[in-house]
Design a binder for this molecule. Structure first.
Ligand SMILES: C[S@@+](CC[C@H](N)C(=O)[O-])C[C@H]1O[C@@H](n2cnc3c(N)ncnc32)[C@H](O)[C@@H]1O
Length: 244
């Protein structure tokens, strides 16, 4: 039986892959990767390495998670070194925990290799620090995606009244709802918000606005995109660097 490396690929820029991740990619017998992992990373693999795409596009899963788990498991029965390459960090809305549990239940050895998460790196490339002395002392990372079948929101909106920075992943398609909810819980309509599309890549684009006007400004941006809410957004005026 082989060993599985549940590996973070970083947020997009290939240079944000960790040294440890690069090392396992170079040694892998098979690499199972999804849409958000930069495909250029595969060029680092050795000759003969098998590539299996199990792409996911936000909520539109190409393969259901159960099947992905099984693909990883079957690969571990066949190969010595299995790399499961996932965008950002494998445990930040990455379902790496589920994959780990599935493997543990079947006696397969695994290791997590942390990746640089988009939740921090993408705002950083846009010149938005998730914390900043004198502005905010904390940040939270929240899913913007909610199951269509659920009648009531699973997101505890009432908790978001504080002045934390809030980073929403998987939220572009619900941008209008998110801004409405934040206004409903008492945030001012002119509260700063940014949407960053394809962060850390040459296509990166950031749109800045207020809770009131961001939807109209940012609704057409391509995915992947994330949303940053909070006073820290204003620091972009002084800290923007990558898109220059
Ligand atoms: C399923 S979550 C996975 C997050 C990933 N595990 C991480 O740590 O970055 C996917 C969401 O991450 C965000 N995302 C990932 N890469 C991004 C990028 N390069 N630019 C903007 N947002 C990104 C988007 O909100 C996307 O919908």
């Amino acid at each position: 039986m082989g060993k599985v490396y549940l590996t973070g690929a970083g947020p997009g820029d290939i240079d944000l892959l960790t040294v440890k991740a690069l090392r396992v990619v170079q040694q892998a017998d098979v690499i199972i990767y999804d849409r958000l992992a930069n495909p250029d990373i595969l060029q680092e693999a050795k000759d003969g390495c098998e590539f299996i795409y199990v792409g996911k596009e936000d909520s539109h899963h190409t393969l259901p998670q159960e099947e992905i788990n099984e693909v990883i498991y079957q690969s571990a029965l066949k190969y010595e070194k299995v790399v499961r390459l996932k965008g950002g960090d494998p445990l930040v809305f990455g379902r790496g925990g589920e994959e780990g549990i599935y493997l543990r239940e079947r006696g397969i050895e695994f290791e997590f290799i942390p990746g640089i998460t988009s939740a921090i790196a993408v705002p950083e490339y846009a010149g938005i620090p998730v914390t900043h002395r004198g502005v905010t002392v904390s940040f939270r990372v929240v899913t913007g995606h909610e199951s269509k079948n659920k009648e009531h929101s699973q997101i505890p909106w009432e908790n978001y009244k504080t002045d934390d920075t809030i980073v929403f992943l998987m939220g572009l398609h619900r941008l209008k709802k998110i801004t409405q909810k934040l206004i409903e819980i008492g945030k001012p309509k002119d509260h700063p918000i940014a949407v960053i599309s394809r962060g850390t890549t040459p296509d990166e684009k950031t749109v800045v606005g207020t809770l009131d006007d961001i939807y109209e400004k940012a609704k057409e941006l391509p995915t992947p995109a994330l949303i940053v809410v909070g006073e820290v957004v204003k620091l972009r005026d002084q800290l923007s660097w990558f898109e220059k």
